[in-house]
Design a protein around this ligand. Structure first.
Ligand SMILES: Nc1ncnc2c1ncn2[C@@H]1O[C@H](COP(=O)(O)OP(=O)(O)OP(=O)(O)O)[C@@H](O)[C@H]1O
Ligand SMILES: [Mg+2]
Length: 653
């Protein structure tokens, strides 16, 4: 802690009432320890609406937002209290230093006596060392606590997001979600931990310094405080603008991240269709909006700061004016006046911080609101309550849809209506139908991504809503329509099917999936890193890796969504054998347009606009001459002999 004479700059008339080492109140990247984080004073104004119509100003009062996030400080509250104690102790030390300074000017300097110097100087040094120790401890603790809060909040949001239904992700741009999970989380920290510490610091500093000011010279102190409300008035005046601007900044950050993220994901489309120019335009548009916003945000904060400087100058002038009068009346010396003016350098920052506190909180609320939109999104399904859940049992694999009706949240028309189907343990049921008929929706209900609106889905006779989710998903394996690949090695990609699987298990699964050979041919074999966007493997190879993963999982029920679609005839033929090995002994629901495997199916169901229109075996349905026969006829040319060939039997080969 240092003390420096801070007086109004005679050249400009402006007071620079900042202590050395104290960051400017508008530092963009201040972290937890500053009395008043001002992230949002620089918030830009965005004019572009973006693709998501978000309200331009926070709707949520800061108080309510704070109340939503405060519970997350549980476990760290004693540390927050300790930080506040440190902050208060530091303010006390500073006050003591100010009083000692005035003591020094009054006695040692004015009387020119060296003997009057030593005692206050020693006390001052002691107070300074004490203040430095407390400041260091408090600031370190504050950073630690703030980061812990951020970590806890991030874990909480991340955990919540994992439970959200598929349609949530298709309705939000990924980049925007990313921004919410990163930037907005930081904003909330500013509101909670730093917000509380900042408030305590500003309030206690103001009170201590005011008391000191009144003990020093009550008349000058009064003059100081007469003009102080101007700081609050200025802050109020700006609060509305900063509110909306902060929200716009968060939205702009999300839009930029989205564009970058999307164009990276679509780089193949960009190159294949010569869309480089269009992509660059898109980025330029968003970046332009962001820049305009940044600039006008910065301009606004600069305006605010300059206004506050002018107000401070006014206050200083008022004090000097009063002082000049007092000196002319012989009631005060110039030394006393200078000492008081120096003191103002300490008094004003906390006063103006108090004025800005509301601004910071409202601005942080913008981030809080965006995060609450994510946190308040309901998972489509929940684990059954402990009392309502069935006990784990040995699953045989009977699957049953009982007059199931389903409508996607927000959709106008039902996707499934009155669908009933059953598959006994080990049976192979094939579901086919036109695109958009609702086939994949059946798989989503079976994995319980959603609950049906009407009717029941049952596993071994137990309605899915009574089955614990992890138990259900341990026993039903989904091979989704789009091959899901982790950004990891091939080994990890297969092993993630069953936690704790040994290398031996992984290789065996790969061998069964006819993947071992091509994996070994890769320079790094099983340790080759693959990536969903830039996989150096073909569609059929990726599909066989997915099959190996499902093999390893070894669940009694298997749901295959278009396992051969997207593969050419040769590649499709290559996955058929591994698929058959995978299906052997398991209840299999295969959703497909590809009717090569249809003759093997115990039952074929034809879906049309969410309704079951035909059920039967391949031969029965062909003989019926209805929808299935038409579908089959339309594929006749492309049907290969892989599936219906009598020499290829279902079962391990
Ligand atoms: N998240 C969603 N929100 C609203 N509607 C949806 C959603 N997902 C799918 N749908 C609608 O539900 C209907 C059935 O979709 P589904 O994915 O089940 O079709 P599908 O039979 O699997 O088609 P395809 O053969 O092309 O894969 C479609 O009309 C689709 O537009
Ligand atoms: Mg589908």
């Amino acid at each position: 802690m240092q003390l420096r004479l801070v007086v109004a700059d005679p050249a400009t008339g402006r007071g620079r009432h900042r202590r050395p080492g104290r960051p400017r109140p508008y530092g963009r990247h201040q972290r937890a320890v500053q009395p008043l984080p001002e992230e949002y004073a620089y918030a830009p104004v965005i004019t572009e609406g973006g693709e998501e119509a978000e309200p331009t100003a926070p709707q949520l009062p800061a108080r309510l937002a704070f109340r939503r996030f405060w519970p997350l400080t549980k476990g760290d509250r004693r540390w927050i209290v300790l930080i506040c104690v440190c902050v208060i102790a530091a303010a006390l030390a500073e006050t003591a230093a100010i009083l000692l300074f005035s003591d020094l000017t009054d006695n040692a300097l004015r009387q020119g006596s060296l003997s009057a110097f030593w005692s206050p100087a020693a006390q001052w040094l002691a107070v300074a060392v004490l203040g430095a120790g407390v400041g260091y401890a408090g600031n370190s603790l504050a950073v630690w606590t703030a980061e812990r809060f951020v970590m806890r909040l991030r874990a909480r949001v991340f955990g919540h997001v994992q439970d959200l239904p598929p349609h949530f992700f298709s309705r939000h741009r990924q980049g925007d979600l990313l921004e919410r999970l990163t930037g907005d989380i930081d904003a909330i920290e500013q509101m909670v931990v730093s917000g509380v510490v900042g408030t305590v610091s500003a309030i206690f500093s103001t009170v201590f310094f005011s008391v000191a000011a009144f003990t020093l010279r009550w008349d000058l102190a009064l003059a100081t405080f007469v003009l102080a409300p101007l700081f609050w008035l200025a802050a109020r005046r700006f609060s509305g603008r900063i509110k909306s601007v902060a929200r716009e900044e968060r939205v702009a950050d999300g839009a930029i991240t989205s564009v970058v993220e999307e164009s990276l994901a679509n780089v193949v489309l960009t190159q294949a269709y010569n869309r480089k120019g269009a992509e660059e335009d898109r980025l330029r548009r968003e970046a332009g909006a962001w820049m305009r916003a940044s600039v006008s945000g910065a301009r606004m904060s600069e305006l605010y700061e300059q206004l506050v400087e002018v107000i401070e100058t006014l206050c200083v002038l008022a004090v000097i004016g009063l002082g000049a009068w007092e000196i002319s009346q012989g009631r005060m010396t110039i030394g006393q006046l200078l000492a008081f003016a120096a003191f103002l350098g300490y008094l004003y920052p906390p006063i103006r911080n108090l004025g800005q506190l509301g601004l910071t909180l409202t601005a942080a609320t913008a981030g809080a609101e965006r995060l609450l939109e994510v946190l308040d999104a309901e998972p489509a399904v929940r684990d059954p309550a402990p009392g309502a859940a069935v006990q784990p049992w040995r699953v045989h694999g009977t699957v049953e849809f009982d007059r199931v009706g389903f409508r996607y949240p927000g959709a106008e028309r039902p996707t499934l209506a009155g669908v009933s189907l059953a598959a006994r343990p080990g049976e192979f049921v094939l579901i086919t139908g036109a695109s958009g008929a609702g086939k994949s929706t059946v798989s989503k209900l079976l994995l319980r991504f959603y609950d049906p609106g009407e009717g029941y889905v049952r596993l071994d006779g137990v309605p899915l809503h009574a089955v614990p989710l992890t138990f259900l998903r341990d026993h039903v394996t989904l091979l989704p329509q789009e091959t899901l690949i982790l950004h990891d090695t091939i080994r990890e990609n297969i092993a993630c099917g069953r936690p704790g699987a040994s290398d031996h298990d992984v290789v065996r699964a790969a061998r069964d999936a006819a993947a071992d050979e091509f994996i070994r041919a890769l320079p790094q074999g099983y340790d080759t890193r693959i990536d969903p966007h830039t996989a150096q493997l073909s569609g059929g190879q990726l599909q066989r890796i997915a099959i190996a993963r499902a093999m390893l999982r070894n669940a009694p029920v298997l749901v295959l969504d278009e396992p051969t679609t997207g593969l050419d005839a040769l590649a499709a033929r290559r996955v058929v054998r591994p698929l058959r090995r995978l299906m052997a002994g398991r209840t299999t629901i295969m959703i497909t347009h590809d009717l090569n495997l249809a003759p093997d199916a115990d039952r074929i169901l034809v879906l049309d606009h969410g309704r079951l229109v035909e059920t039967g075996t391949h031969h029965e349905l062909l003989a019926l001459g209805g929808a299935y026969a038409r579908l089959h006829g339309s594929q006749n040319g492309s049907l290969t002999d892989t599936g219906s060939h009598p020499t290829v039997q279902l079962g391990p080969s």
